[in-house]
Design a protein around this ligand. Structure first.
Ligand SMILES: [Zn+2]
Length: 328
């Protein structure tokens, strides 16, 4: 566990919490000035126990936490919030679009995406397996009941919490992702990550999620923070280079997809299988179902971006969508 001070002596402690059964190793929570917690963590007894144990090792009791600042609605960042609420009643902050999404229903958010995947050629048998394995669907009861009981304070870009924590809207990874800025340091949630590329998927809350994400990365470059404290992995000491790297990654992926469509018309399902994903699986059939959800969603976000640039379009044939390049 690390404790560090940003330059005007704001005390920050990093608390890494395990995520059993989620396919990701750990999530980073940050304790600011012994009383603010950035992100709540994962609804699992091992995670909860580890949070209490680690707080105790830095002489903080759970109920010293007066406010929990949520970056986005994903299970590893938010789902433990109802437990923290029932123990100590801290204040909870979240971005306004993320709050709308939660009120409409996080399960509905996922279901709407899956409905679109069917229209885009994904077999229904595969959709069923994705539903059963999706992290939000596995915790659907927590989202439907317990999280809805929390009275969040919603925040938007430029808001200040207690005159020293600035809210920076960073949509893309999720439609209402926010980061928190203290001095020249940004707590980014999953909007910028050090080693993996944040997932950016199609959804009904954003017309162009990849455009949102690229704009977020450009915003980070213009803010030029000294460091980024991400939701997973190590501190990013050169945020501008990392943001530029991520922009380049997506540009390459856009070119890759355009190359496929310059050869042939494809459904989303076919394109997703053609993309060279940076994963340890060789073929689509080896992809775990939750990862198929993110791969399909990400490929669709790229297609929507290419369409907004006037480079590709789609047509419907026998109730299914096919994409084509306008250059062919
Ligand atoms: Zn996330």
């Amino acid at each position: 566990m690390k404790c560090f001070y940003v330059y005007k002596m704001v005390k920050i402690d990093l608390v890494k919490i395990p995520l059993p059964g989620l396919g990701i190793d750990k999530v980073n929570l940050y304790v600011v000035e012994n009383k603010y917690l950035i992100d709540a963590g994962f609804y699992n007894i091992v995670s909860f126990h580890e949070l209490i144990r680690k707080l105790r090792s830095i002489n903080i009791r759970l109920c010293d936490i007066e406010a929990v600042l949520i970056t986005h609605f994903h299970v590893d960042h938010l789902s433990l919030a109802p437990v923290l609420k029932d123990f100590c009643e801290p204040d909870f902050y979240i971005g306004d679009i993320e709050l709308k999404l939660l009120r409409d229903g996080a399960d509905l958010f996922v279901k709407n995406i899956l409905e679109e995947f069917i229209r885009q050629g994904v077999p229904e048998t595969e959709i069923k397996r994705i539903v059963d394995s999706h992290p939000v669907m596995r915790l659907a009861e927590i989202y439907k009941r317990d999280i809805k009981e929390i009275s969040f304070k919603n925040v938007s870009d430029g808001d200040e919490i207690d005159n020293f924590i600035e809210v920076v809207s960073t949509p893309g990874h999720t439609p209402g992702s926010v980061s928190y800025k203290i001095e020249d340091f940004i707590f980014s949630g999953d909007s910028v990550l050090p080693t993996i590329t944040p997932s950016v998927i199609y959804n009904r809350y954003s017309e162009n999620p990849l455009k949102d994400h690229l704009n977020t990365l450009r915003k980070i470059i213009s803010i030029n923070p000294k460091a980024i404290y991400p939701g997973h992995g190590d501190v990013i000491n050169d945020p501008v280079s990392r943001a530029e790297e991520l922009i380049k990654f997506h540009k390459n992926r856009l070119e890759e997809i355009l190359k496929f469509l310059n050869r042939n018309d494809y459904s989303l399902y076919e394109i997703t299988k053609l993309i060279k994903w940076r994963v340890r699986y060789n073929i689509w059939e080896e992809f775990p179902y939750p990862e198929r959800f993110f791969a399909l969603g990400e490929a669709l976000a790229h297609l929507i971006y290419l369409r907004s640039e006037g480079l590709v379009d789609y047509y419907e044939k026998n109730g299914m969508i096919y994409w084509y390049s306008k250059a062919r």
